[in-house]
Design a binder for this molecule. Structure first.
Ligand SMILES: [Zn+2]
Length: 458
């Protein structure tokens, strides 16, 4: 038997260990991992000498193709591929109307998912969807079983902004999620606290006021209520973009052996504190905001002790022109980082702190795949999809938005010197990105239909 590809000479990293071995790939799947001499011949040999062989990054929190993102599926997944991300999960917003760019109360989740599926032809990596419940129409309850069955077993809810849900409605949703095994993801900030503070702070013209408009206690308050609702229903809870020590403490206080409470943070919260608003102004506005230096260390403590289990990008592509509104409160929220996130977090966590490469693989690959029902992803083992990143842990480079595949024309990491760089990205055995260039045709990626996740493992 002749295989498609063998990757030789590299060091494989799993969530548990690192070892020198070759990877054999056939028909898009990892078929063997072992010494090169023990593996059959292959058509193609990729030399990974001096490189780490990582599972492709699984990013469960990205915004592409619509609402708050100017990226198309093609541009966003090109950024992903160049950055070593081989699976993304995007959001399908129930009530968002592309034509009017406004919210309505009568959209269905199924329509929202279908609208995205129609736009996915050009994906370069695999892409799934979280339906987002944006209005309190009880008709949504009837939609949930079929959506879970169709490969969308996680749903997002907001506690703030115009699409917020009441606790009473969320309680009913968590009951449904529990019976279906689905994950309830919540953006947690207290609406009235953020609203009142934002109005008051509009007297301050500088974007440095932004942090105080959405404070850590409002995040912690909302997280506490949302987790309690999920625990009461015995449903899976996923805290979206944890930013503060206060919110991390809330998650920790509710997390017990066997409890279904998990949470992520995002790349930017592990790097920058609120002083960045002095330097970058509106460009660094995302919700929730950047916090104090102590919060960054509290997030790393949470990642170390297992309170936080995933680092996602929360990638939102906007142009500099749209971000730089006169008034900070009018600026669209979100920053782009699909292309840089792996290198940035590697530099911060592994190079500058005490995190190991298996830690990196658990936080960026293994846990996201396991948490959101992607059993073929996030691991390099026989039977798994051959989604593989060759990563040079020693190469240094300086971030430049000029290299963005995303339609975002700036980066909050502009000029930052990073150690560690993605050299090649393979999706199901096919090379999609090579030294930052896209080398596959759009459409090589597929819709990622997910399974109901089992959360018993950690
Ligand atoms: Zn987001």
């Amino acid at each position: 038997m002749e295989l498609d590809t063998i990757i030789t000479g590299g060091t494989i990293v799993t969530g548990q260990s690192m070892f020198d071995a070759a990877v054999a790939i056939d028909d898009g799947t990892v078929v063997d991992v072992g010494s090169e001499r023990s593996l059959p011949e292959a058509d193609r040999r990729i030399d990974a000498t001096g490189l780490l062989v990582l599972p492709g990054v699984v990013d469960p929190h990205v915004h592409l193709a619509g609402y708050n993102s100017v990226d198309s599926y093609e541009s966003g997944t090109a950024a992903a591929a160049a950055g070593g991300v081989t699976s993304v999960v995007n959001f399908a917003w129930q009530g968002f109307q592309e034509e009017t760019r406004d919210w309505c109360d009568d959209g269905t989740l199924t329509e929202a998912v279908d609208r995205h599926r129609e736009k996915m032809d050009s994906v370069l990596v695999d892409a799934g969807l979280h339906p987002v419940i944006t209005s309190e129409d009880p008709a949504v309850f009837d939609e949930l079983p079929a959506l879970v069955e169709a490969g969308f077993p996680s749903f997002k809810m907001f506690t703030t902004d115009s699409i917020r849900l009441s606790h009473g409605f969320m309680e009913q949703l968590f009951d449904q999620f529990a019976s279906l095994g689905a994950v309830g993801m919540v953006h947690t900030e207290d609406h009235s606290v953020c609203e009142r503070r934002t109005q008051e702070l509009k007297e301050s013209p500088s974007p440095t006021a932004y942090s105080a408009s959405r404070p850590p206690h409002s995040e912690a308050m909302a997280a506490d209520s949302a987790v309690r609702l999920a625990l009461e229903a015995d449903a899976k809870y996923y805290g979206v973009h944890t930013t503060s020590g206060a919110a991390t403490d809330v998650i920790r206080s509710h997390k017990r052996d066997g409890s279904n409470v998990r949470a992520e943070t995002c790349t930017h919260y592990t790097v920058f504190d609120e002083r960045v608003y002095e330097r970058l102004g509106n460009l660094a506005i995302m919700a929730p905001p950047l916090r104090e230096p102590e919060d960054i260390e509290a997030l790393y403590d949470g990642l170390r002790d297992g309170t936080l289990t995933i680092v996602s990008s929360d990638h939102v592509a906007a142009t500099r022109e749209r971000k730089e509104q006169d008034d900070w409160w009018d600026s669209p929220k979100g920053v782009n980082s699909l292309q840089t996130g792996l290198s940035v977090f590697h530099d911060e966590a592994v190079i500058q702190r005490d995190f190991s490469y298996p830690d990196l693989v658990r936080l960026k690959c293994e846990r996201p795949a396991q948490t959101f029902g992607m059993p073929m992803k996030g691991r390099i083992e026989p039977g798994a999809d051959a989604d593989i990143v060759l990563f040079d842990p020693d190469e240094t480079y300086s971030v430049s938005a000029a290299e963005n595949h995303s339609k975002a024309d700036f980066s909050i990491y502009e000029g930052r010197e990073l150690t560690g760089r993605v050299k090649k990205t393979l999706l199901r055995g096919k090379l999609v990105a090579d030294n930052g260039e896209i080398v596959a045709d759009p459409g090589h990626g597929e819709l990622l239909a997910r399974t109901v996740p089992r959360w018993s493992h950690d």
